[in-house]
Design a protein around this ligand. Structure first.
Ligand SMILES: O=C([C@H](O)CO)[C@H](O)[C@H](O)COP(=O)(O)O
Length: 207
């Protein structure tokens, strides 16, 4: 299982500083949606230039103009770009077309999708590289949120999936046991006093 850091910081300088501390312990470096909205796709270029050996993940959460948005992110240096699972199939197909042009990949983020395992199978058939079983920051704060649902949906999907939203040292073993190919950790790393040590601890928990 790969480890992905989600960088929900707001400036390119902060992202470069965080990536510098954690890169040695992670496989994938994600620029979170708030970072891309605040700093622009030049932040993607800066991270890829600083860490050319890492998989750089641009969390665009595209909902429309799939081919155009994915194309500009790949051109900026992204290796993986997210499209929302609630988007229409034509948006996902367009993004996959851009990924094929660049020799890169599309990840479909299933945030907000009611039947995540069924939609996962549909979008993989459309050409997505893998899906993200994702509970966003707002959903995690809602009453009744259960992390376990993400793991059950992933296992039942039968396709390659990542898990995002609440991954930490207490939950990462269950993420791996559920069969995830990628564990995504945001706050557990960037909010830690020592983000490098936090990333190393998560890495050590993967068997
Ligand atoms: O993708 C995310 C969110 O939509 C804001 O961009 C988070 O990075 C992702 O949910 C990680 O969450 P935590 O690990 O719980 O911080």
């Amino acid at each position: 299982m790969k480890l992905q850091v989600a960088m929900d910081v707001l400036t390119t300088d902060d992202a470069l500083a965080l990536a510098g501390k954690v890169a040695a312990h992670v496989d994938i470096i994600e620029l979170g949606t708030p970072l891309i909205k605040a700093a622009g796709l030049s932040a993607v270029t800066a991270i890829k230039s600083a860490h050319p050996d890492k998989i750089v993940f641009a969390d665009l959460k595209t909902m429309d103009a799939g081919e155009l948005e994915a194309d500009i992110a790949f051109t900026a240096g992204a290796d993986l770009v997210t499209v929302l699972g609630v988007a229409g199939d034509s948006t996902i197909v367009g993004a996959v077309k851009a990924a094929e042009k660049h020799g890169k990949g599309i990840v479909v983020d299933l945030i907000g999708v009611a039947d995540k395992s069924a939609r996962a199978r549909e979008v993989i058939a459309l050409g997505a590289q893998f899906v993200e079983m994702h509970a966003g920051l707002d959903e995690q704060a809602e009453d009744g949120f259960t992390f376990q649902t993400l793991l059950t949906d992933g296992s039942e999907s039968g396709v390659d999936f990542s898990v995002a939203g609440g991954v930490n040292v207490s939950t990462i073993a269950a993420v791996q046991a559920a069969g995830a190919t990628v564990a995504v950790a945001g706050g557990a790393i960037y909010s830690a006093t020592d983000p490098g040590a936090a990333a190393a601890e998560l890495r050590a928990a993967i068997v």
